[in-house]
Design a protein around this ligand. Structure first.
Ligand SMILES: *Cc1c(COP(=O)(O)O)cnc(C)c1O
Length: 390
């Protein structure tokens, strides 16, 4: 049986599989089983910010794997302490961290911390929000596609229009434990929040005694041109969730925690794999590379370059190009599935965000030559009519 057949036969069936076997990566490139090169504009949904097969990550993983892979957090460890010190130095005012293994787990932790801290039950999220697929995170996720068939979800969650200050004013009250926001909505269609909105969210939470959770799982670690996207807005959240590229591709999540979060005492939360030395060593290496290679600065410069070129593409099929740094959405007038297929035929792997948005999340180490090539292919593909397909 070939590889695709095996996955189709034995996989749970929860993924729509591409007809493409990828076996290797290098920088912003992926290679299929026949050695054909693809330009990766997905980064595994924003995981591979440092590019694939970064030698410093590989070395850190190898070293730590041959030293100590696992250690429950009740025992302190050199690599974990190093990571804790480093990650809590990234945002002024977020001096504590809870370590876990994925994005959705970091969101679950943030909700538990918000409830135990405030003694309140309700969580206000935004329409179009995506926060993950476990029950708490799913309850904060807006799209019916993810929720339907899984009810009852967790009580206490509501959704308000994104970027709408008035709606937030009405929704947040003295029973609200937290407001959770992505400051650039990812899955929802690449929608950046306005500065006024994010600042108003901070003020409203302060006035009503609610906590502000910012979900930086996709926007974090240089993607938008700063270490965290919230740093564009002059606002500090009480809880910041992150994961994806935190450990250079090794599974890891984290919640950064501000001074207003209370009652985090032994036993309140925990995780068997959380803070394991292997992931911690990978994350220390990843954060070090991010600084050494100024990946935020690269994302800012390359994002501006790419955005300008995309906006110059003449195609009546494009409705809007928007985004921040190297997190870019191209909203089309038609469904994007046929465009993504055409791009893949031309060896470019991109993502959708909803039905009508092409999402570009390339590794931040993508070269200017690769960006130029991407723009050339996009200009050609996006100019064609795709009525016939799907
Ligand atoms: C990917 C993502 C999640 C979920 O992360 P997982 O690691 O897949 O559980 C949550 N929130 C946002 C904004 C994301 O992009």
């Amino acid at each position: 049986m070939d590889i695709i057949e095996i996955e189709n036969k034995h996989g749970a069936g929860t993924y729509a599989k591409q007809p493409l076997v990828i076996v290797r990566g290098q920088g912003a490139s992926l290679f299929d089983i026949d050695g054909v090169e693809y330009l990766d504009c997905s980064s595994g949904h924003g995981v591979a910010n440092l590019g694939h097969a970064h030698p410093k990550i590989a070395e850190a993983i190898y070293k730590q794997a041959s030293t100590l892979i696992t250690l429950f957090e009740t025992f302190p460890n050199d690599k974990r302490a190093e990571l804790m010190k480093k990650i809590t130095s990234l945002v002024d005012g977020l001096d504590k961290v809870f370590l876990c293994n994925s994005g959705t787990e970091s969101v679950e932790a943030a909700f538990k911390f918000a409830r135990i801290s405030t003694g309140r039950k309700n969580i206000v999220a935004a329409m179009r929000a995506f926060h993950g697929r476990t029950y708490g995170a799913l309850s904060a996720t807006f799209n019916k596609k993810y929720r339907e068939g899984f009810e009852p979800l967790v009580p206490g969650f509501s959704h308000v229009a994104f970027n709408n200050i008035e709606a937030l004013e009405k929704a947040v009250n003295d029973e609200t434990a937290a407001v959770i926001l992505e400051v650039v909505q990812g899955e929802g269609g690449v929608y950046p929040a306005s500065t006024e909105y994010v600042q108003a969210a901070r003020r409203i939470c302060d006035e009503r005694g609610a906590l502000l959770i910012v979900d930086e799982i996709q926007t974090g670690f240089g993607r938008t041109g700063k270490m965290f996207a919230i740093q564009h807005f002059g606002v500090t959240p009480d809880l910041l969730t992150c994961a994806k590229s935190l450990a250079g591709g090794v599974p890891m999540g984290a919640v950064l925690i501000g001074a207003k979060v209370k009652n985090l005492t032994p036993g309140v939360h925990g995780s068997t794999f959380g803070g394991n030395p292997l992931s911690c060593a990978a994350a220390v290496a990843a954060l070090t590379v991010m600084e050494e290679e100024d990946l935020s600065g690269q994302a800012e410069a390359k994002g501006a370059y790419l955005m300008e070129k995309l906006r110059a593409i003449q195609s009546s099929n494009i409705r809007e190009v928007r985004g921040m740094g190297l997190m870019i959405g191209i909203e089309m007038k038609q469904k994007v599935a046929p465009y993504l297929k055409a791009l893949q035929e031309k060896k470019i792997i991109a993502l959708n965000a909803g039905m009508t948005v092409i999402r570009l999340l390339p590794p931040l180490v993508i070269s200017y030559e690769q960006i130029d090539h991407l723009v050339d292919v996009l200009a050609e593909v996006l100019a064609s009519e795709m009525q016939n397909a799907e």
